[in-house]
Write a protein that binds this ligand. Sequence first.
Ligand code: KE4
Length: 433
Amino acid sequence: MTTCSAALMRRARAVMPGGVSSPVRAFGGVGGGGSGGDDPFVVARGEGARIWDVDGREYIDYVLSWGPLVLGHAAPAVLDALHDTMARGTSFGIPTELETRLAEAIVQRMPQVEMLRFVSSGTEATMSAVRVARASTGRDAILKFDGCYHGHADGFLVRAGSGVATLGLPNSPGVPAALAELTLVAPYNDIEAAARIARSHEGRLAAIIVEPVVGNAGFIAPDPAFLPALRALADEVGALLIFDEVMTGFRIAPGGAGERFGVTADLTTLGKVIGGGLPAAAYGGRRDLMMLVAPAGPVYQAGTLSGNPLAMAAGLATLRALTPELHDRIARRTARLVGGLRESAARHGVPFTADSAGSMWGFFFRAEPVRNYADALGSDVAAFRRFFHAALARGVYLAPSPFEAAFLSAAHGDAEIETTLDRLDDALGAARS
Ligand code: KE4
């Protein structure tokens, strides 16, 4: 625990619940939790692949603001775009060309997104996409998957992942039972269970919503047949298929899950990368569905800062820099890191599984592959906690929870990867019980 961080966290806890603006930042998954135990460090600045805390300690960062910073911290292209944009004002609540240009950039990269609406968070994107699905089908129920996290809108806080899983909250108080009952849950990668639930609620199911690659129960890849089967199941029961790509968007393939898996969702939600580190998210998809959204149609959704020029400029600069070649280079380095970690764990005789998709990756302390949330819960969380702190002490910042994913950026060069592998090899040795 660093001294300036400790003092600042004491002040923060006096005026904010747990001293944080989002629960997972409180290190609850690794022994902290806002009670003054292993509290988080307070960050002072970031540049490229690195961050520095308020005591001057340096870390190679693999959380990257939970996904947005695919170019790294303070990327020059993003800063230049922000400087140019803010000189002309920061917000108007009036149409700007910037939001059209970012929308065109997204539509051009993701053919399954024919039209979209910007919002300011992934939560707004997923709640709005579900509203469109319910309006389009006239049905109320949704099917989600155990351990998947789609933001904190009431209906999604049912067996959710990410911070909900980290804090061991089965669901959240404050969500009316009448709403929670509309959210059906199946194990990830279990198409038989999903089909059983969907068919038993035929005529009631508005949408199946899924993380095409799970990043909120730790990193869990779909079985090859899973997403195609969900597409067929949605068509069979007359429900829409929603790919929640808030985390996977522009991380698992230049064109997202549609490109990587060859499955076309009816609606797609995006966030994180498309804001380049500023608050921006979006929902989009089939034109006939999006034309239901006000003012084109009757489905209401609005937002004061939606399409904010600064966020649009940062997102546009990010997507412009993220060429398919750069995407593939980051993906190859991610695979190199994951392969090196597997080799280290094997040398240390540590039960360990790791995987990646593009520039998104994760690991569990468990010998067998993790295919669903139950498997993730069965991993060695105590070993994860020891490893997290051993890595942090060696200048590597990993997600402070076994139920989160990790990321890479364009700023993580070969030198960062090799340094990280050396440090984490040492941390694995130190973390063995
Ligand atoms: P936000 O409302 O946090 O912008 O997005 C919600 C969301 C929706 N869908 C997916 C697949 C997501 O991963 C998220 C948010 N991800 C978490 C990290 N697991 C955000 C970090 C946090 O909660 O502080």
